[in-house]
Design a binder for this molecule. Structure first.
Ligand SMILES: NC(=O)c1ccc[n+]([C@@H]2O[C@H](COP(=O)([O-])OP(=O)(O)OC[C@H]3O[C@@H](n4cnc5c(N)ncnc54)[C@H](O)[C@@H]3O)[C@@H](O)[C@H]2O)c1
Length: 403
């Protein structure tokens, strides 16, 4: 594998601009391209503003800021990526757009160039097949904001060669990230587990708890932010669009999911970006305020879901959300999508704000006792048998107490 001296990034949106900064921060020159000159200009302004803010806060010297801005060349000419040693693709989450980009990269770049996709949900192997050398193709799943978040899921496609995986891990470390190698499946490790966690948070709300209650319970447990505050920050429409895509391609999960996000999106409540999500926000302020419009919407959704309203204490809210993570984590281990329980914990600690003091979901379950966790899951299974079917790996691990 060649030494990485020049990087390319395709797509200069939210992720592409942040990824370009990661390379510049590591002293690697980078060419950032987009098919829209306007987007490229906006990315340049954003990058400059980010570095200026670091200088202002005393976190970066002005000469380093100048060097980093200079390390990022913006270009609308795709062919400028030809000499790159690595190219990270961060275009729209659309298989046909990504495949076209990989076909063009395959024809343009050297045979030993590392080609990475930043897809969050698409099949990395299918994207890789568009390039003439799929063994050099891999997923580099950065988290938003890419220049801040430490986690990097390194997604191994079926054809990805071992030295490509090793080179990507080394590159991730050079970028100051915490790379974790994962298998290729819908959502990889982090987002796949997130699905059940959010499902349970939404069902707690449909059962009568307010979003504030659920967020507070999980924040008291130690999460940096509760799930509804996170949805508001990320944009409720983002997760909703992923769900719609899943339904469209016939990959919806086998269990029932709530329609709460659909109702919020339909009501034009997209989160912090338009000041209205599960909470209301004042312009220029991220403080959450309760909103009577949400109360009315929730009352309608609760009636529609037909769930009997009942009290749910903090313990049950936390058990439902966290044990959903543990059960899916156990399946992920059994399938070999994650190599170890510690890898799953690393992902949840560094990408999803799981409380550091609790060591990650899998270690936390071992601390509680796997037999006790399994017993509680069996209890939930009685009223919700598909979602709460205990993972075979958890049943097996309960005997030894370790995953
Ligand atoms: N936003 C997130 O939180 C997040 C997190 C992890 C991964 N991702 C993934 O990263 C990718 C990019 O997401 P984003 O949020 O930055 O999207 P975005 O819409 O902000 O940016 C995508 C950019 O790609 C450009 N583009 C589209 N087709 C192109 C082409 N053929 N050639 C060059 N440029 C092209 C668009 O002009 C746009 O600027 C997606 O695959 C997404 O799933 C997003």
């Amino acid at each position: 594998m060649t030494e990485i001296k020049l990087a390319g990034v395709v797509g200069a949106g939210t992720m592409g601009a942040g990824i370009a900064m990661c390379f510049a921060n590591a002293g690697i020159a980078v060419r950032l391209t987009d098919n829209s000159a306007q987007v490229l200009e906006r990315a340049g302004d954003l990058i400059a503003a980010n570095y200026a803010s670091l200088v202002e806060r005393g976190k970066l010297s002005s000469s380093d800021a100048v060097d980093r801005v200079a390390a990022i060349t913006r270009t609308v000419t795709f062919a400028d990526l030809a000499p790159a040693d690595v190219v990270v693709e961060a275009v729209f989450e659309d298989m046909s757009v990504k495949r076209e980009v990989f076909e063009r990269l395959g024809a343009l770049c050297r045979g030993n160039t590392l080609l990475a996709t930043n897809t969050s949900t698409l099949d990395v192997a299918a994207i890789a097949r568009s390039a003439p050398y799929p063994e050099r193709t891999i997923g580099m799943h950065f988290f938003s904001p890419a220049h801040v978040m430490k986690l990097l899921e390194v997604v191994r496609g079926e054809a990805t060669a071992s030295d490509t995986v090793a080179a990507t891990v080394a590159l991730g470390e050079r970028l100051g990230k915490i790379p974790v190698v994962v298998g290729n499946c819908d959502g990889f490790v982090g987002n796949r587990m997130l699905l059940g966690y959010k499902r349970e948070a939404e069902f707690a709300v449909l059962a009568g708890a307010s979003p504030e209650r659920v967020d507070a319970a999980l924040e008291r447990f130690g999460f940096a932010m509760g799930p509804f505050a996170v949805s508001d920050l990320a944009g409720i429409d983002v997760g909703w669009r992923v769900k719609m895509e899943r339904i469209k391609r016939g990959a919806a999960p086998p269990f029932r999911v709530s329609e709460l996000p659909d109702a919020l999106v339909a009501a034009g409540r997209l989160g912090q970006k338009n000041g209205r999500g599960y909470y209301r926000y004042e312009p220029g302020d991220r403080k959450r305020h309760a909103d009577s419009e949400v109360d009315a919407l929730l009352a309608r959704e609760r009636a529609r879901a037909g769930l009997a309203s009942r009290e749910m204490d903090d313990t049950e809210i936390v058990e439902r959300c966290v044990y959903a993570l543990v059960n899916e984590g156990a399946r992920i281990l059994a399938e070999g999508v994650a190599a170890t329980a510690a890898d799953i914990d690393t992902i949840w600690l560094n990408g999803y704000g799981f409380p550091k003091a609790r060591g990650g979901p899998m270690q936390y379950a071992e601390t509680v006792g796997l037999t006790a966790v399994l017993e509680r899951i069996r209890n939930f299974e009685q009223t919700d048998p598909i979602f709460w079917k205990p993972a075979q790996r958890l049943v097996m691990a309960a005997t030894s107490g370790r995953f």
